[in-house]
Design a protein around this ligand. Structure first.
Ligand code: SF4
Length: 412
């Protein structure tokens, strides 16, 4: 049985809305990064930043044309040669420049996070990216975990401060991981894919704050022949290292090139510039949508201003761009009327795939048993009640939102 034989793909809406992702996962299509590497940019990369963005915009149009020809007109990617300077090189240059006055996310801290800078912004990070662990994640949605798992890579720190964070050990501790270079990250990704993972799932904390490391790593993706010492270094924080997976080059191969879908598993609190870069490398988006319009919810529970407008703008962008995506919403106790229902009402407009998640549990600063507990979070220091859960699901049904198959597949 292969990934595409899973019964969930027989649902026409799901297979239609995720057709690009499924094609890349099955190596029928090349990942976007392979296309971006074939889009020429005629420019000296030392030009001013505004000029680079102008060229990026034109190159993105060329990228979209080639992607469409591959997806709908059976165009062979290998008919297009690799230019001296490509859109992928331009992506790497642009994110390096962004790091110097960091605007990766909506905080727009404008601090110099490169090695020459000595300031940090809200995420508290400099140039180094740390990875806490990586492994075949068998707990993601079936469309992502498939048969062999989602190749999930957990970065430390975050640009939001959710009091209930269920990955609080890494999102609130930027040091809780191993410093990883772009080349090491590329090798980790290759290992996960040739062991059978259906995608590379960048998560945290949040991956956005590590954009420079991730984009450079993707630019280095290839079939590796790692030495023993390289493997030794890489394997130490792979948490399923004791499982012996069979490795096969063909798990991730498109006409001789290393191929894997890039999955962006994020809080979506990103800048528009970051969205523009990611459009040319992300094959499937997994955006989170936590809080409704009432500012108090995001500001008290997450210490995040400008939440609703930023998140809805970014959701609208991926929908208008015709991207493959599936949204996650975690139902929170006492936040059905202010968050769940308005979010579902908003989502109804683009008629997206949604996972309405019921697994909220008190954690981090909301767990009364924790040393970190803060009693101002008393209203969300419990699990969901049956009536809250029913209210959320009934409301989604009334709106005819496409959520049941994605949400309940574990129980089918
Ligand atoms: S990633 Fe976001 S929070 Fe971190 S420095 Fe950049 S703009 Fe600020």
């Amino acid at each position: 049985m292969s990934f595409s034989d899973l019964k969930i793909w027989s649902d026409r809406d799901i297979s239609f809305k995720l057709s690009w992702y499924l094609g890349v996962a099955n190596n029928k299509f090349p990942a976007k990064y392979l296309i971006a590497r074939r889009i020429p940019v005629i420019i000296d990369l030392n030009q001013p930043t505004e000029k680079l963005w102008e060229v990026h915009s034109n190159a993105t149009n060329e990228f979209l044309k080639l992607k469409e020809e591959i997806q709908y007109k059976n165009k062979n990617l290998l008919e297009t040669s690799i230019p001296p300077i490509s859109l992928m090189d331009l992506n790497v240059e642009l994110v390096k420049r962004m790091l110097k006055h960091c605007n990766f996310c909506r905080w727009d801290c404008k601090v110099d996070r490169s090695s020459s800078g000595n300031k940090t912004g809200t995420c508290q990070l400099g140039p180094i990216s740390k990875i806490s662990t990586y492994f075949h994640h068998k707990g993601e949605e079936l469309i992502f975990r498939g048969l062999h798992g989602s190749g999930t890579i957990f970065f430390t720190s975050c640009n939001m401060r959710c009091c209930f964070c269920q990955n609080g050990d890494i999102s609130t501790d930027k040091e809780n991981g191993v410093a990883t270079t772009p080349n090491e990250l590329a090798l980790m990704s290759w290992i996960l894919r040739v062991e059978g993972c259906h995608n590379i799932n960048f998560v945290g904390g949040d991956p956005t704050i590590h954009l420079h490391t991730i984009i450079e790593a993707i630019s280095l993706f290839k079939h590796f022949t790692p030495s023993e010492s390289q493997l030794h270094n890489i394997i130490r924080n792979k948490s399923d290292k004791f499982i012996k997976y069979t490795t096969r080059k063909q798990y991730g191969d498109y006409m001789g090139e290393f191929n894997v879908p890039i999955l962006w598993n994020s809080n979506f609190f990103m800048s528009v510039e970051t969205m523009r870069i990611l459009r040319t490398v992300v094959d499937v988006w997994l955006p989170d949508f936590k809080f409704g319009k009432i500012k108090k919810c995001s500001q008290v529970l997450s210490r995040t201003p400008w939440y609703f407008e930023t998140i809805t703008n970014n959701h609208l962008l991926i929908d208008q761009w015709g991207e493959d995506y599936s949204i996650r919403h975690l139902i929170m106790p006492n936040h059905i009327e202010c968050c769940t229902k308005p979010i579902l009402t908003w989502i109804k407009i683009p008629d997206a795939l949604v996972n309405i998640m019921d697994q909220y549990h008190p954690d981090n600063y909301t767990d009364p048993k924790s040393l970190f507990y803060n009693d101002r979070f008393e209203p969300i220091n419990r699990r969901l009640s049956k009536s809250e859960l029913e209210s959320a699901y009934n409301y989604a049904k009334e709106l005819e939102i496409k959520f049941e198959l994605i949400t309940f597949e574990r129980y089918l």
